[in-house]
Design a protein around this ligand. Sequence first.
Ligand SMILES: NC(=O)c1ccc[n+]([C@@H]2O[C@H](COP(=O)([O-])OP(=O)(O)OC[C@H]3O[C@@H](n4cnc5c(N)ncnc54)[C@H](OP(=O)(O)O)[C@@H]3O)[C@@H](O)[C@H]2O)c1
Length: 273
Amino acid sequence: MRVAVIGAGRIGSVVVRSLVRCGYSEIVATGRRDETLKNAASLGAEATRDNDYAVSSSDIVFLTVKPHHLPEVVKSVKPASWAGRTVVSFIAGARLATLEKAMAEAEVYRAMPNLNAEVGLSSTAVAQGTRTRDMATVDRLLKCMGRVYWVPEEFLDAWTALAGSGPAFIAEIIDALVLAGVLVGLPRDLAYSAALDVLEGTSRLLRESGTHPFKLRDDVTTPAGTTIRGLIAMESEGVKAALMKAVESAYRRSLEIGAEIDARVKRELGISD
Ligand SMILES: NC(=O)c1ccc[n+]([C@@H]2O[C@H](COP(=O)([O-])OP(=O)(O)OC[C@H]3O[C@@H](n4cnc5c(N)ncnc54)[C@H](OP(=O)(O)O)[C@@H]3O)[C@@H](O)[C@H]2O)c1
């Protein structure tokens, strides 16, 4: 099977690396700048500026360009070249209905991975279009980047807020914990390792034991002990509400951006509803 990655930038490079790690060797990746092409070639892909060649010579196509580059990419590929191709779009905001009109006769999916794909731990949500046939192949390829969740398309904005922006929110929490460790006397490196360990270990414990977070919290909290003092501080500072509002704000922005992007793509490609 040959795979095309259209736009070998940040996430496109991660796709190439993940597929290579998974044992796929027939990969062609595109970009415009020499630097992009050189990087794609160094990762093991055939590198080219020719999107039409990449699409027409492949079975599966990952679209990993920025949203405003989508119309230009679509125009750079002959309409006939999309026929029979399986296209997985990572492009935020571009809706399945629009993608299916733009790439008539392609089998189109829309997916939202996150940056944790860099270490094979993406949480990728994927939605199928109306012409989808080969979900198993798409599932297999996306699993090279991490966990895969099949969802209805209308979940993707919420997913973008929670799992797409999530690594940034978690990074902020880790940074705060590190500063807290330093505040109470730990060397920075040690505090950093402890924060990462606690996050990783707690995630794993919750996942593997099936324990509810409330139960884990109560198990750690002894009467009049240290944890309850920390918890009352978190409660009075509104930590939970702040995190909920962060995800909700990101969700609303994702809806706004999605509407703008989709309208722009339709306008530039002359697609009507
Ligand atoms: N980064 C993430 O964590 C992440 C996560 C989920 C989804 N996404 C989605 O993935 C997409 C890409 O994001 P990114 O952060 O990877 O952006 P990026 O680093 O800017 O990569 C985009 C790449 O597309 C290439 N490109 C632009 N126009 C092209 C064209 N006409 N033909 C061929 N290649 C072209 C660019 O190549 P040149 O530089 O050579 O022009 C660039 O390398 C976005 O739509 C974003 O919503 C990203």
